[in-house]
Design a protein around this ligand. Structure first.
Ligand code: SME
Length: 172
């Protein structure tokens, strides 16, 4: 099934937030994540809960999910959104770059990147993106967390700081 520009009934276009609104939304999301994941040890449960609660509190989180490290490449993990590509090689796309560099990638305009190499367009509605590497307690890369917005410039250092904080739950 090829990606379609038409959004399915269960997905709405992104709404950007001001910096002040972002801080408030992340504080509420973190409170909900902490309440629901207190004492949780299973990574899959952490992933599905983080997807759901971040998508609930951050209205610009369009495609929200994880790509897991398996046999030297990324495979699609838990996500919410339209059909995501199933496999991504390290170094390819924004996710593959985040995995290779082990650093958060902030992309204000995905369409400014070389398509198919610097950016993989699972959904043509994606206009900006952030990808955050996920490490376990031994600082091994276990996944990347990928968020797309249907608006340009949705993500900045505020998102990077909060998401890196939230994703440290996988190092516990
Ligand atoms: N855009 C990502 C691919 C994953 S889809 O967006 C869900 C990338 O360029 O790596």
């Amino acid at each position: 099934m090829s990606a379609s520009a038409e959004m399915p009934y269960f997905i709405k276009p992104s709404i950007n937030l001001s910096t002040e609104e972002k801080h408030r939304a992340y504080r509420e999301a973190i409170a909900a994540i902490d309440a629901n994941l207190a004492g949780e040890t299973q990574d899959m449960i952490k992933m599905v809960t983080i997807n759901c609660l971040l998508k609930t509190y951050l209205p610009y989180f369009y495609w929200t999910g994880f790509y897991l490290v398996q046999d030297g490449r990324l495979i699609v993990g838990p996500y919410q959104g339209t059909l995501g590509c199933l496999y991504i090689n390290f170094g390819r796309g924004v996710c593959g770059k985040a995995a290779t560099e082990r650093k958060t990638q902030l992309v204000p305009n995905t369409h400014a990147l070389a398509q198919g190499s610097e950016h993989i367009a699972c959904d043509p509605n994606s206009l900006s993106e952030i990808v955050v590497p996920v490490f376990n307690g031994k600082e091994e890369l276990i996944a990347v967390f990928d968020v797309d917005s249907t608006l340009e410039g949705s993500f900045d250092e505020v998102d990077q700081s909060y998401l890196e904080q939230i994703l440290r739950v996988f190092a516990d």
